[in-house]
Design a protein around this ligand. Structure first.
Ligand code: PLP
Length: 386
């Protein structure tokens, strides 16, 4: 049997995979089992921040692998301490809890929200407002937080205490805050899985003000938008807000599993035993993340913005494009043609793009060479216009 047949027989059928088996790569170029090359604009869903087999990241990971691969959280460990320090220094946040995925990072944020409600107003103040069309993870509780009914089917009872506001509708947010005993508001600044749509700055600023007035924690889910993806180190920095909790994962590890929940002083409510994770803060993942963060500087972020502008301009004028949305290198393209058709067309011609709702989604490596980006975008454009 080949890998596809083995996979189909033995892997739980939760994924509708594309008929591609990637075996190697370098930067933004990946090669499949038949030796066919692709320009990768999907980066393992915003994970491979600097593409595949990035040498600086590999070096950091291998160096740590040669020292110790895991220690447990019963002991101190340098990579995890230094990564937390870097994250705090570069965001203004005060403490970090490490886990292994976006969902877990959000679980920790939800715990912080509920703990805050209990402390400030009483245990019944436990409701968290999230947005319709959001995506916060696959655990039962982060699915409850996720404002898309399709994800709730089959798994009831869901975790209580989540209500969903209409994005960019401040009156709806005010209404829900008034109607429920709330402890927190949780937002993605650019909804990723929901179709790559950015929230309005005025709306986000108003929500921040409301959270302050009502003494609610403001939680920003930057699992996908974080780590340079949207043109600033974290998206909240471009929205000019001061969140209480920021979660991230995906691109932070550059390909290794890691989740981080950053807390400001208001949300710094955890004491020994209140949360934990066996693998959280794993030294190899943290060493890799240090290498990733160290290279997300102003120069790189300017390049991200320039590449973003190129994509917006190029696809904005393409025939058959209804809209281009998103920020930085997190872009959704709404096409007249069915998105799946565009994606298969691109794949056949050696370009990997993915889907978000009904849109074609682009998440290229932050350091994709302009030449490769241009080539891939022209192919995408031709497939859209065809
Ligand atoms: C991917 C994603 C998650 C879930 O992350 P996992 O690592 O798959 O658990 C949560 N929130 C957002 C915004 C995401 O894009």
């Amino acid at each position: 049997m080949n890998v596809i047949e083995i996979d189909k027989q033995y892997i739980a059928s939760t994924y509708a995979r594309f008929p591609v088996q990637i075996v190697s790569g370098k930067g933004s170029r990946v090669t499949d089992v038949d030796g066919k090359e692709y320009i990768d604009l999907s980066t393992g869903i915003a994970v491979n921040t600097f593409g595949v087999a990035d040498e600086a990241w590999q070096k950091a990971v291998i160096e740590q692998l040669g020292k110790v691969q895991h220690t447990s959280n019963l002991y101190y460990s340098e990579p995890c301490a230094l990564l937390a320090q870097t994250l705090c220094e570069r965001t203004g946040m005060k403490k970090v809890f490490f886990s292994n995925s976006g969902a877990e990072a959000n679980e920790c944020a939800i715990k912080a929200g509920r703990k805050y409600g209990e402390l400030k107003k009483g245990k019944e103040y436990s409701t968290i407002i999230t947005l319709k069309n959001s995506f916060h993870g696959r655990t039962i509780t982060t699915l409850s937080a996720t404002g898309q009914d399709v994800f709730h089917a089959h798994f009831t009872p869901m975790t209580d205490g989540f209500v969903h506001a209409i994005p960019n509708d401040f009156a709806d947010m005010e209404r829900l805050v008034a109607e429920h005993k709330c402890c927190a508001i949780m937002l993605e600044l650019v909804q990723g899985e929901g179709g790559v749509t950015a929230l309005d700055k005025a709306y986000v600023k108003a929500v921040e003000k409301l959270a302050r007035e009502q003494d609610l924690l403001l939680i920003i889910d930057e699992v996908q938008t974080g780590n340079g993806r949207t043109g600033s180190l974290y998206a909240f920095q471009a929205y000019d807000i001061e969140p209480d909790v920021v979660t991230t994962a995906k691109g932070l590890g550059g390909g290794l599993p890691i989740g981080a929940t950053m807390l400001n002083s208001r949300a710094d409510l955890f004491t020994a035993g209140l949360n934990g994770s066996t693998f959280g803060g794993n030294p190899i993942a943290c060493a890799g993340a240090m290498s990733i963060l160290s290279r997300i500087d102003e120069k790189l972020l300017d390049e991200v913005k320039a590449k973003s502008e190129y994509i917006f301009t190029e696809l904005g004028k393409a025939k058959g494009v209804k809209s281009v949305s998103g920020r930085g290198l997190m872009i959704g393209v709404e096409t007249e043609k069915d998105a799946s058709e565009v994606i298969s067309g691109c794949m056949a011609r050696g370009v990997l793009v993915i889907k978000a709702k009904n849109k074609v989604r682009l998440l290229p490596a932050l350091n994709i060479p302009m030449e490769e980006l241009k080539k891939a975008v022209q192919i995408l454009r031709e497939e859209i216009e065809k």
